[in-house]
Design a protein around this ligand. Structure first.
Ligand code: HEC
Ligand code: HEC
Length: 507
């Protein structure tokens, strides 16, 4: 039965590919939520501009009516979408409290906050998604909670390979340490170890005689408390990404994402772009992954339930493992007290905790653009388009009319991502397969809000592991499918390169 529905599904997917491959871009994509006239309008609105003399219509409101127009200060990422109803604002606030809540180990006197760990990476969602923004590498600070190492080994047998092909699993955990390295543990058991990063610097030469220095990280683990890692376990470093506009990303029609995919590079531009098919955790349906650095989750809810289990060690109805990421080999950890309170439910975070945190995560607003009409910004926007950045950093989408949450329906949004997987070359490769994504592929990072990173988070570390110390370095690390775009950026006269960065800072 599963085989049959999968086949039927593939046929549909194929039909969409064929349709989009033959469409010229000006033609409407196959969207079920639009009639022919609206489809034409949408196609016109999202087609890339070629006029850089002035801002485009609606350009400052990069998340449509959901955009936050609050001041661009340190709270800029923490506002709710401007178009929520009053009742939804209340739900958002309840979710916010849970996102900030510090979980404690059990048994405790507070009880309703019980269940942390036994192994964990942080005590609260907010500890990693700092001010709802992004994390950072430890940088000499012993607190490395906003970044961690994912652990996985590749398939070893045909049966295991088949499990990945059928989307039943993304990869296989380390047999002892599980899916991620937890640097913290409740009293009475040992934490797993500590991530160590060492960097080597390399100078690159840019157009106009400028130079930049890139630092290449190497990751190892110190103080492994449960014996060696598996011989084929790979380490994938991940920074906590900013929490912006995620409900809107969820509301981009699958057909529109597929319209940008070109897995076999039929248009021969060197850029493929593959959808990260994954299973929705609750219904088991196959959907496009949109969240996480390798797009390994289709829904904000799935990503949140995984965070409760893997990062905090808290069970939810969607991931009811009270022991979080403790493996069967970690017997002491498996034997620890859990935080379930029978009178509240049968998980440590029973309903409606996951619903509220998911709602919160879906409705954090994207800030309004600054300086869109500035000559320098417009010049930089032109340089961004000319260098080919938009081949992956897709400027615009119009969300579905059928969004479950009306605040996300039919909005013109500017996330600057195609949410597809791209090979970015050896320099950024982590060697870790995650479902469809191989060890060189990453999801195009959305760029909206990126210009306020320093304002909100007080740093400018970018890319999946924070190796880039500023936006220029982030672009210079691009390789693989993005090599030509990177080279165009490197070769620009200094004024163009600077204006491109000024454009990014206005997002
Ligand atoms: C230990 C640090 C840490 C904690 C704690 C944490 N996260 Fe995350 N979060 C991450 C990292 C790292 C990623 C990127 C995941 C990946 O690529 O594997 C992420 C990704 C996400 C995303 C997807 C973002 C995107 O742009 O795709 C959401 C949503 C999210 N987390 C929600 C939560 C929620 C809700 C909680 C609390 C239950 C939480 N996180 C706790 C580190 C953390
Ligand atoms: C082939 C697709 C592709 C092209 C072309 C491309 N990018 Fe990217 N970009 C990505 C991917 C994938 C990532 C995430 C990489 C990672 O974190 O390792 C990324 C990340 C970034 C980041 C860091 C985002 C963050 O949140 O840390 C910036 C900034 C960026 N790109 C700017 C540019 C600019 C400017 C250009 C044009 C010169 C460009 N990109 C061209 C795919 C692309």
């Amino acid at each position: 039965m599963a085989g049959h529905s999968l086949r039927a599904y593939r046929t549909v997917v194929l039909a969409v590919f064929v349709f989009s491959a033959t469409s010229t871009g000006a033609e409407p994509t196959a969207r079920a939520d639009l009639d022919a006239q609206d489809a034409k309008r949408v196609a016109r609105v999202v087609s890339p501009t070629d006029d850089f003399s002035k801002p485009e219509q609606f350009e400052p409101m990069q998340a449509g009516a959901a955009t936050s127009t609050a001041n661009a200060n340190a709270d800029a990422f923490s506002h709710f979408s401007s178009n929520l109803t009053f009742a939804e604002e209340e739900t958002f606030k309840l979710g916010n409290a849970l996102f900030r809540k510090l979980w404690v180990s059990s048994p405790s006197s507070t009880q309703a906050s019980d269940g942390l760990g036994p192994l964990f990476s942080a005590r609260a969602c907010q500890s990693c998604h700092l001010r709802d923004g992004r994390g950072h590498p430890p940088e000499g600070n012993p607190d490395s909670t906003s970044m961690f190492l994912r652990l996985a080994r590749p398939a070893r047998t045909d049966e295991e390979r088949q499990a990945i092909t059928d989307f039943r699993t993304l990869n296989f955990p380390d047999p002892v340490y599980g899916e991620q390295l937890q640097e913290l543990a409740v009293p009475g058991i040992a934490a797993e170890g500590r991530m160590r990063i060492s960097y080597t610097e390399e100078t690159v030469t840019l157009g106009g005689g400028e130079t930049a220095s890139l630092r290449k990280p190497v990751y190892t683990v110190d103080d492994l408390a449960y014996g060696p890692l598996g011989p084929d376990t790979t380490l994938s470093p991940r920074i906590a990404p900013p929490m912006l506009g995620m409900g809107l990303i969820e509301a981009i029609p699958e057909a529109d994402l597929l319209a940008h995919a070109d897995p076999d590079d039929r248009n021969a531009d060197g850029i493929s772009g593959r959808p990260a098919w994954v299973r929705d955790h609750r219904t088991n349906e196959i959907r496009i992954g949109r969240f996480g650095w390798k797009a390994q989750n289709a829904l904000v809810r799935d990503q949140s339930a995984s965070a409760f289990a893997g990062d905090l060690g808290i069970s939810t109805p969607d991931a009811p493992r009270h022991f979080g990421d403790c493996t069967v080999a970690q017997t002491q950890c498996r034997a620890m007290h859990d935080g379930v309170q029978a009178r509240l439910g049968d998980t440590e975070a029973p309903d409606p905790v996951l619903d509220l945190v998911t709602f919160y995560s879906e409705n954090l607003a994207v800030p309004v653009r600054r300086d869109v009409g500035d000559a320098e910004v417009l010049r930089g926007k032109r340089a961004f388009y000319n260098a080919g950045c938009t081949a992956c950093h897709t400027p615009k989408f119009v969300t579905t009319r059928d969004a479950a949450n009306k605040a996300q329906a039919f909005q013109l949004i500017w996330p600057y991502s195609d949410f597809l997987l791209h090979d970015l070359g050896d320099g950024l490769a982590d060697g870790q397969q995650v479902g469809v994504a191989d060890g060189r592929e990453w999801r195009t990072a959305p760029l909206w809000g990126i210009g306020l990173t320093r304002t909100v988070n007080g740093h400018s570390f970018f890319l999946h592991d924070g190796r880039a110390r500023n936006l220029t370095e982030a672009v210079l690390w691009h390789g693989g499918e993005a090599q030509n775009a990177r080279n165009a950026f490197a070769a620009m006269v200094p004024d163009d390169r600077r204006s491109l960065i000024t454009f990014l800072e206005s997002l």
